[in-house]
Ligand binder design. Structure first.
Ligand SMILES: Cc1cc2nc3c(=O)[nH]c(=O)nc-3n(C[C@H](O)[C@H](O)[C@H](O)COP(=O)(O)OP(=O)(O)OC[C@H]3O[C@@H](n4cnc5c(N)ncnc54)[C@H](O)[C@@H]3O)c2cc1C
Length: 389
């Protein structure tokens, strides 16, 4: 039984506590039945299930409510809860938010109407296409070109590592429109999957399988109204979306770590070693104490960042970076300890801690690698110090 005492922390409200309880019960009773053998089919199924039950309503703003905002604390609670039950369910949920984040934050009423009702209902799958073969961390160096041609833009180039690539119905694509060099010459576009010239060049396989692809854009023409925000706003839009969703990646890592801790406590309680429960070994107690400490410290950083964003901070880059860096790095260590505590079973294919061991790794790379989070924290800390004196 996972520790839920964090729900009483002052960062959260009653509605968050009720949401956590409801989703935990739903996930516990429904997610076990989803077959993961075919990840594309599993993801589509999970999106449909999450949509049918109304859970995806939190991933994007209500298109009929012009003042609606994303609730980052709810997103974090939901990702933490889903990740604790099933990493692929968390992935399916998260991508509906990341893929439409630019529309929720910067879209026109027409763009919101066209897509958000469908993604919130689980009737359309979304993707966020930022990375390119030579510009992953170095985003501002992207090449994919969008040339203005009459009433349209024509996209040429490539994106890679695109989650949901191959199953998405709608891609948010960042492309160079050339208003200025570097970060100021990028714009964001909504590109439906069936647009002529968009093809899946390669499906990519990773240690924790989920739909992932390299995508080719070859004379891919979209109307000018497909642009989100203004020409040259793309980099700012991408960073604003990440400012919301980075804390939620940390929350997913927290869910994985919490599950690893729960499994380890159960193992230490029930496994007999040297004529007594494993828990009696002080070194095991030491591991469990370190794991519990890491989990709580990560949770404090996650819910602080989410609370700050929800209570009106314009940008939470430093806090979100701290949450992501700490929660993902520590979760890796917590899960490694869980593998150790489980002995041979810990590396047995299909065992829950073996799955967690594979699932956590990519979170330290995407949406800004751990090293990049350190750069963000250092720069912001220096800026704060300079501003203070
Ligand atoms: C499973 C998975 C899913 C993904 N999903 C998406 C997606 O949906 N959409 C999307 O657009 N992209 C996605 N990505 C891409 C991801 O964001 C990039 O892989 C990431 O930004 C790193 O870029 P890169 O792979 O090109 O590595 P590089 O940019 O070459 O970086 C390699 C390493 O260099 C180090 N490094 C980088 N910059 C610095 C720095 N400034 N200082 C010090 N060290 C540094 C880090 O250790 C980093 O891991 C996904 C990636 C993975 C693995």
């Amino acid at each position: 039984m996972a520790d839920k005492s964090f729900l009483d922390w002052p960062f959260l409200e009653d509605r968050h506590r009720k949401l956590a309880k409801r989703l935990d019960e739903w996930a516990g009773s429904k997610l076990g039945g989803v077959d993961h053998t075919d990840v594309d089919a599993a993801c589509r199924r999970l999106v449909a299930m999450l949509g049918d039950e109304g859970w995806l309503n939190w991933t994007a703003v209500d298109p009929s409510d012009s003042g609606a905002k994303l609730d980052v604390r709810s997103l974090c609670i939901m990702r933490e809860t889903l990740a604790r039950h099933d990493g692929l369910a968390d992935f399916a949920f998260a991508m509906q938010g990341l893929g439409t984040g630019a529309i929720s934050l910067f879209g026109t009423a027409a763009q919101k109407r066209a897509w958000l009702a469908k993604t919130r209902a689980g009737k359309a799958v979304s993707a966020f296409a930022l990375s390119e073969p030579k510009s992953g961390s170095d985003v501002a160096n992207m090449d994919l070109a969008a040339i203005h041609d009459g009433e349209s833009y024509v996209l040429d180039g490539e994106k890679t590592w695109i989650s949901n690539g191959g199953i998405a119905d709608i891609y948010t694509v960042f492309a160079r429109t050339g208003e200025a060099p570097g970060a100021k010459g990028i714009s964001a576009f909504l590109v439906p999957a069936e647009t002529s010239g968009l093809t899946i060049a390669e499906r990519l396989e990773v240690v924790a399988p989920h739909p992932l692809a390299r995508i080719s854009f070859d004379g891919c023409r979209v109307p000018a109204e497909a642009m989100i925000g203004k020409p040259g706003d793309g980099f700012r839009i991408a960073m604003s979306v990440l400012d919301v969703f980075r804390s939620t990646v940390a929350a997913a890592a927290l869910g994985f770590a919490r599950r690893a801790l729960d499994e380890s406590i159960e193992r230490a309680r029930t496994r007999e070693l040297f004529g007594a429960p494993m828990f009696d070994l002080q070194m095991i107690q030491g591991h469990l104490a370190d794991m519990a400490l890491d989990v709580d410290a990560a949770a404090l950083l996650v819910y602080r960042a989410a609370w700050l964003k929800d209570t009106g901070a314009a940008r939470v880059s430093r806090e979100a970076a701290m949450a992501k860096l700490y929660a993902t790095d520590r979760a890796q260590d917590v899960i490694d300890k869980a593998v150790q505590i489980h002995g041979g079973d810990g590396v047995r294919k299909g065992h829950i801690v073996e799955r967690l061991y594979r699932e956590i790794r990519a979170l330290r790379i995407y949406e800004g690698a751990s090293d990049v989070q350190k750069v963000i924290i250092a720069r912001q800390t220096l800026a704060n110090a300079s501003a203070g004196g």
